[in-house]
Design a protein around this ligand. Structure first.
Ligand code: GRF
Length: 219
């Protein structure tokens, strides 16, 4: 089976992008990263991608002013030019209109630093700490027009510690992100993820046991 052609959209440092690039170097990985595109010319991840020998593109949204449709048409043209099969958003900080999302039904993934549907939007780690949740994590989901919604492909969780700061929590969550994003892309590229009724069903995946994260009783 030929490998799926993946385009990654970034706006920043691109550590998830780097994790996807590394995974795709595996000889049995079902996808290849053929393009990294950014809306920001100064995104640090562009350098990382180039160093890995991957074609990069910049579609600078500031050149389009309020013309969001024009920006998205330009982005879509770049994706089509590179014959992209699957798009991975990885810290891409532009909200997409239903038009662009509609070009990629069940073929556009996003990673979000929280256990959706909890903590959509920004500042997820601070809000998780404020809410006092004991379990936090990250989610890979298909993109739908509504922000941080869409069928969930994979999640990873961790226990929140009493002494966690926003920074310490972020540092542990990002490690989870780097594990679940390559896994989710693999499942999608292998055609094992079906969507019905807004939910993903993964064909051929072993069922994972329940995980309980509870405070340990004091000695
Ligand atoms: C990640 O936390 C991701 O979940 C969120 O934006 C951040 C991007 O980080 N969508 P990086 O650019 O992949 O390092």
């Amino acid at each position: 089976m030929s490998r799926k052609r993946v385009g990654i959209l970034i706006s920043g440092r691109g550590s998830n992008m780097a994790a996807l690039i590394e995974a795709a170097q595996g000889k049995d990985y079902p996808a290849e990263i053929v393009l990294v595109a950014s809306n920001r010319p100064d995104a640090g991840g562009l350098q990382t991608a180039r160093a890995a020998g991957i074609t990069t593109a910049v579609v600078d949204h500031t050149n389009y002013g309020k013309d969001r449709a024009g920006f998205e048409r330009a982005l879509q043209a770049v994706l089509e030019k590179h014959r992209i099969d699957i798009v991975c958003l990885a810290g891409f900080m532009r909200l997409l209109t239903p038009w662009l999302v509609g070009q990629w039904p069940n073929r556009m993934l996003n990673i979000h630093p929280a256990l959706l549907p909890a903590f959509k939007g920004l500042d997820t780690h601070r809000r998780a700490l404020e809410a006092g949740v004991k379990i936090h994590g990250a989610t890979v989901h298909f993109v739908v027009p509504e922000m941080d919604s869409g069928p969930i492909v994979a999640q990873g969780a961790l226990a929140v510690r009493d002494d966690d700061s926003e920074e310490s929590l972020a540092a542990r969550v990002i490690r989870i992100e780097h594990r679940i994003y390559p896994l989710a892309l693999q499942l999608v590229a292998e055609g094992r993820v079906g969507v019905a009724g807004g939910r993903c069903r993964i064909a051929g995946a072993p069922m994972t046991d329940e995980v309980f994260l509870v405070p340990r009783a004091p000695a």
